[in-house]
Write a protein that binds this ligand. Structure first.
Ligand code: ZN
Length: 261
C-alpha cells in the first residue's frame, strides 16, 4: 500500500484518511504514528512543518521544538519498514500544486502557506527549493519573531504570532481595517518573493488564506498597487489544505537531488 504523511504544527494527516493532533513530544508522536499509520509496502513521502536535512533529520521546527535534531526520516523508515523521504511542508505544497493543482504549467513558480507560521518554497525548472520567505525583513517593523530576528513578515501575517498579539485566534477577527493592513503586508511579501526569483506564478495556501475568501480581493488590489514591473499570477492553492499531502505523495517521483532542503 502506498501512503503519505503530512505532519504539521497542529495536525497530522495520513493519506489513508486518518487525522490526529500532532504531539508536541517527538517520542509520543512516533508512538501515535505506530498505532495510526497502516502498513506500507511502497516508499513513503512525508511533509513536515519545519526544515529538514536531505536525510530527513529535523534542523529547525519553530512550532515543534522537541523534534529538532531528531532523525525523523530514519525513525519513520524503521517504524514503517520502507524507505522514507521527508521535505518541508511548503515544498510539499509546492510539489502538489505544481504537479496536480493551480501551478501546473509554470516552470518558475512559488507556493506560500499562511498558517501558524509562514512557509514558502519555489520551483525553478527541475529544482525545488525550500526558502525562508516568512522571515524576510519588513522595513519599520519592530516586532520580535520566534526565530530570534526582529521585523520578520511572519510577525505580521503568521497565525501564531497574530494570535498572541491580538489575544484571540485569527479566524475570529472580522475587523476590515485589520484585514486590509494584513493584505498590504502580505502583498509586499508575495511581491518580494516573486521578484527575488523572477517567478511567473505564486499559489497561496494554508489555513489562514483558505479560511478567509474575503482576503483575496484585498490581496489582489494591494498586489496591483505594488507589483507593476513584472507580471506575476497570484492565485489560491487549488488543492487547499491537502496540498502538502498531495506533494508528499509525489516526492518519490522526483530525483532525490531535485529537492534542495
Ligand atoms: Zn522570523
Amino acid at each position: 500500500m502506498s501512503i503519505s504523511l503530512d505532519i504539521g504544527g497542529t495536525w497530522t494527516r495520513v493519506s489513508s484518511g486518518v487525522r490526529l493532533r500532532t504531539e508536541p513530544s517527538y517520542d509520543n508522536q512516533l508512538a501515535r504514528l505506530a498505532e495510526a499509520v497502516p502498513r506500507a509496502t511502497a516508499p513513503v513521502g512525508v511533509s513536515f512543518g519545519g526544515r529538514v536535512t536531505a536525510a530527513g533529520t529535523v534542523r529547525v521546527a519553530l512550532n515543534l521544538r522537541d523534534y529538532e535534531g531528531r532523525p525523523l526520516g530514519a525513525d519513520l523508515s524503521a517504524l514503517l519498514g520502507v524507505a522514507v523521504r521527508v521535505a518541508h511542508d511548503a515544498t510539499c505544497g509546492l510539489v502538489g500544486e505544481a504537479l496536480a493543482g493551480a501551478l501546473q504549467g509554470f516552470e518558475r513558480c512559488g507556493y506560500l502557506t499562511l498558517s501558524t507560521g509562514v512557509g514558502a518554497a519555489l520551483r525553478l525548472g527541475g529544482v525545488w527549493l525550500t526558502t525562508e520567505v516568512g522571515h524576510q525583513l519588513v522595513a519599520g517593523n519592530p516586532l520580535p519573531c520566534d526565530c530570534g530576528q526582529t521585523g520578520c513578515l511572519q510577525t505580521l501575517t503568521g497565525g501564531g504570532a497574530l494570535r498572541r498579539r491580538l489575544g484571540r485566534p485569527l479566524e475570529s477577527v472580522d475587523d476590515q481595517a485589520f484585514w486590509a493592513a494584513y493584505a498590504e503586508s502580505l502583498a509586499l511579501g508575495v511581491a518580494n518573493f516573486a521578484l527575488a526569483a523572477g517567478l511567473e506564478a505564486v499559489a497561496v495556501g494554508g489555513a489562514v488564506a483558505l479560511g478567509r475568501p474575503a482576503l483575496w480581493p484585498l490581496l489582489q488590489a494591494a498586489l496591483a498597487r505594488v507589483l507593476t514591473y513584472q507580471r506575476v499570477v497570484v492565485l489560491p492553492a487549488r488543492l487547499g489544505e491537502h496540498a502538502p499531502l498531495a506533494g508528499a505523495a509525489r516526492l518519490w517521483t522526483l530525483p532525490a537531488d531535485a529537492v534542495l532542503h
